[in-house]
Design a protein around this ligand. Structure first.
Ligand SMILES: [Zn+2]
Length: 588
């Protein structure tokens, strides 16, 4: 036993002996990563009132056991702080999940097409069969997209919509017919491919933006309210299965406050939401963003929590990721970088000024350094007259942010939320811009500068919502297709990657002091893994999941020997839902 371990055991015993109250839950026989420092593990922890009350050896922590204490022996397994995705769209995803076939994690196109065919057979007439993003051809053994001919052959009689990232979408002929699309159909933006006879082929292209993809998706079926409640419960359960206990939601187009938050607010108020969710409000109408924020500032405020049981359980956090649509640079690496319009600066300045005056944290979507340059100039200008003075703000994505810009973000007290979007699009990026030696996004540079950095996914459309592929990408620098895109010195250690997906992400909702470590006083949010993340074969990290997930000291998911601890959920509805048959993320 080394000195460090002895010191830790002593600290654990001290904590155990100073806490008088009975523990609600004790975890024993673990390899529990405290994440207080690299390589620090304890054997046991105790939970009281949703927080960690003690850590240390089995013996020291079991002193807190009383009659009603639940003791769970995790049999030597690794325990980590619950994962926290700092940029995701879980609220919108929950409303839709039960009617989506998810190709996330599917390893072959053959299997993907089989799922489509099976789902079509059970889908009632007039309902769509939908695959709404979260995958790319590089994850498939075949390394290619499905063809329209294959989609039409697989599903001739039900309408099909398949979204590919934010680049394109495929409709089968039944889908084209259902929508009534033809050569005269008018769109705001985008392209509907026509064959030589002038008939739509079914291919929709996001050129110069994804409007045609969103507007077409909006014409397909929606779940009714009861099914949306059920869908959100099951989607959150799938997040728990993947080891997630927190998420920072970045809003979304068509995700208007408060109407589209009704389902999650209802579940939060009943204490049924099992992922602590902090949400930023996304302005909905181009050119009218200021009005949205003026209205919302009167309706809610940062830090307002509507969860019945959890601290920070369902909380308004701030504004973004869309502050003004003129500042949104579209992240489709199949197409050239878009230039932001000239009126962007004026619009953004008005919105940022309003937010800073009202002390609303904000986040801004920005893929390219060229956009960040202009965003920063606006934020610096606002700061001169209306000082940010420690207000939390975030640049989202930042794939091609420059070193100089990172320094300016640091001076202004900002942080950066990074995601594995290039895990799905790395090949497309290299094809367009050539092989890269710079890390995209430059996470190592951010860490060297001491910037707050959170890791996430940007799920569920332009990326999968699975957190483990993101961690895998961070510890390898490899895409889903196996392309190594980072230099060796930029690749993160397993401790660093996990730290970014836990405490790093917690900064994005101002919770870095209460989340992300398994030490006394922290939220009792953690996951027990079936394999040791710290030593397992690296390629298998992307398929990890939890066998026991605890939020606020309560078991929210259990599998295998812990299955009996898992709380019951109502059956998936509607009965034909693909989730009932396939589940969510496909890692088996
Ligand atoms: Zn974004």
């Amino acid at each position: 036993m080394n000195k460090l371990t002895l010191a830790l055991l002593a600290a654990g015993m001290l904590a155990a002996s100073t806490v008088q109250a009975q523990a609600d839950l004790i975890i024993t026989n673990g390899k529990i990563a405290t994440m207080a420092s690299e390589g620090e593990f304890v054997q046991a922890l105790a939970v009281k009132d949703g927080k960690i009350a003690a850590t240390g050896s089995n013996e020291s922590v079991l002193r807190l056991k009383q009659k009603d204490t639940r003791v769970v022996d995790v049999g030597g397994r690794t325990v980590i702080p619950g994962l926290n995705d700092s940029h995701t769209h879980v609220i919108r995803a929950g409303l839709n999940a039960n009617m989506e076939v998810r190709w996330d994690g599917v390893r072959s196109l053959k299997r993907a097409m089989d799922m489509l065919r099976e789902q079509a057979a059970r889908t009632p007439d007039r309902q769509w069969v939908k695959v709404v993003g979260g995958w790319s051809e590089h994850q498939f053994d075949e390394k290619r997209l499905p063809t329209l001919a294959e989609i039409n052959a697989a599903v001739p009689d039900k309408p099909v919509f398949i979204l590919y990232l934010y680049g394109k979408a495929f409709l089968n002929q039944k889908g084209v017919e259902t929508l009534g699309y033809n050569k005269d159909t008018k769109y705001l933006d985008g392209e509907l491919e026509l064959d030589s006879a002038g008939k739509p082929t079914g291919l929709l292209l996001a050129k110069p933006n994804a409007m045609i993809l969103y507007s077409t998706l909006a014409k397909t079926n929606k779940l009714d309210r009861a099914d949306q409640l059920n869908s959100t419960l099951h989607f959150y359960r799938d997040l728990n299965r993947l080891g997630m206990t927190s998420a920072v939601d970045a809003g979304g187009g068509g995700q208007a406050y408060p109407d589209d938050y009704g389902v999650t607010i209802e579940l939060a108020k009943q204490g049924k939401l099992t992922v602590r969710t902090a949400y930023y409000l996304f302005a909905q109408k181009a050119g009218k963003e200021l009005e949205d924020y003026e209205r919302w500032i009167k309706m809610t405020k940062p830090g307002r929590n509507e969860h019945m049981f959890y601290a920070n359980g369902f909380t308004t956090e701030g504004a973004g990721e869309n502050l003004v649509s003129s500042a949104a640079d579209f992240e489709n690496f199949l197409e050239p970088r878009p230039e932001l319009p000239h009126h962007m600066e004026d619009e953004l300045e008005r919105v940022v000024t309003l937010l800073v005056k009202n002390r609303w944290p904000f986040r801004i979507h920005a893929t390219y350094g060229e956009s960040i340059e202009r965003d920063l100039a606006v934020i610096e200008k606002v700061n001169r007259t209306t000082p940010l003075a420690g207000l939390r703000w975030i640049v989202d994505h930042a794939e091609t942010v420059t070193d100089d810009q990172l320094k300016r973000i640091k001076v202004l007290g900002g942080g950066v939320a990074v995601q594995n979007r290039l895990y799905f699009q790395g090949e497309a990026y290299w094809k367009r811009y050539g092989a890269q030696t710079r890390q995209l996004p430059p996470i190592r540079k951010m860490l060297d500068l001491g910037l707050p950095v959170g890791l996430g996914t940007d799920g569920t459309r332009v990326s999968s919502y699975g957190p483990w592929p993101s961690i895998y990408w961070a510890v390898t620098g490899k895409t889903a297709g196996g392309l190594s895109t980072w230099q060796a010195q930029d690749v993160l250690s397993r401790h660093e990657a996990l730290q970014l997906m836990t405490r790093g992400s917690a900064w994005m909702s101002g919770e870095e002091d209460v989340k992300g470590r398994l030490t006394v006083g922290q939220y009792a949010d953690f996951a027990v893994l079936p394999q040791d993340y710290f030593t397992m074969e690296v390629a298998k990290i992307k398929d990890l999941e939890s066998v026991l997930t605890v939020v606020n000291g309560q078991v929210v998911y259990g599998a295998g020997q812990f299955e009996k601890l898992s709380p019951a959920l109502p059956a998936v509805s509607p009965a034909w839902s693909p989730v009932r048959y396939f589940g969510g993320y496909q890692n088996h």
